[in-house]
Design a protein around this ligand. Sequence first.
Ligand SMILES: [Zn+2]
Length: 489
Amino acid sequence: MKKQNYSELISLKKKVGLLGSVSELLGWDQEVNMPPKAAEIRAQEQGVVAELHHQLFIDPKIGKLIKNAKKEKLTKKELANLNEIEYDYKKAKKIPSDLVVAFAHTSAKALEVWKEAREKNDFNSFTPWLNKTVKLNKKYAKIINKKRDPFEVVFEDYEKGINVKEVDVLFNKFKEEIVPLIEKITSIKKIKNNLSKKKIPVDKQKEISLYVAKLIGYDFSKGRLDESTHPFTSCYGRITTRYNEGWISAILSTIHEAGHGMYEHNLPIKHYGTPLGQSRSLSIHESQSRYYENHIGRSKEFWKKILNKVKKTYDINISLDEMYKLINIVEPSFIRVEADELTYSLHIILRYELEKDLINNRIKINEIPKIWNAKMKKYLGIVPKSDSVGCLQDVHWAMGGLGYFPTYTLGSMIAAQLNYKMKSEIPNYNKKIEKGDFKEINLWLNKNIHSLGCQYSTQELIKKATGEKLNVKYYINYLTEKFTKLYNL
Ligand SMILES: [Zn+2]
């Protein structure tokens, strides 16, 4: 029996997906190549593409095809594809265009105000705009589903396969175990090393970035590496990094983005533009970048492979042991993006708890600085000296995004679980990393994560790959073992 409706639906959905790619390409160019005075035209170009994309996707014809395709004899995979399309379609249909416009206008203005507020350390000037952003998020949540907790609804836009109750359990258990570990570490003598501050010329840093990306398996015939203010991955796995935050940060950023890039490169191309050819979720995406950044890029084995080349290129002198300590220094700090591996997730949990309370009216906007500082004290033992390095530091709220932050830490948790499983399944795992042999690791990730696209839900995917649902014990054990050893606790 022919699957006429399904086939037609898929070819339409592919067009929608490709228009999405065009939009990404415009965004990538804006960050990487675009001359400043082209910004105005670019904004118009983006607007037209976004509008076309939305119109094409909510076309009633798609709705009809979904309905009819359900009656066709579909394979499991096709059915998964259909269900994902239906989920997105129904959601997109519900959103009125005036809300989309309101979001765009508010975030454009909020961004401007936020930049100035951060510069001047003036939280009060940002409050009316944060208030608007929160209100719009509430309105959006109500339109999507008025019976549900609004935080659950906005969170689902980034991760629909792990629910908020599960996140609460994972994050609380993490806090319980890791906050005391951080306290222990910060109470002992600090590891000092100024080598990380050495200025390295950009061309030399580029050389090393290209080297490490290639070494771990990033395919330069599919992607490329450029520079941008904030590192990111888009456009079918193109990656960017930055060299002005220090040479260690540049190496780790490149590895992180290469992890994202390889996921994009290895999604099944024949399904490109449909859910089967798309990444599962932001948490799964982040698990790929965090796996490479933390479990490879911050491991002794990996540095054994690359250290000589780095030393020669950067003209520095350091032993492997010292280098390993240097990239793993634990030091509670105010700024999330500069945080070390151990303290990072506490920055995320703090934001997650605040956002949940904010959207559920449990706290008022003007209470944020006070609550922020109290949580910093409780989780990391430090209090920001100003809101600029406290609650005003991140761009996310100004951009209108609530519910995004948790995916960073969920990604780290998933990464630790995948790492544990790979260690048990891939013979001589550590030796392979020491030799810079990533063939089997990449094959494993490809088979168990990348090639599956959106065929399974997030939890199903984790279970299929590792034998169980997301379990925080792997992340806790990994961090505890690593830092207990490093700090001789
Ligand atoms: Zn990332």
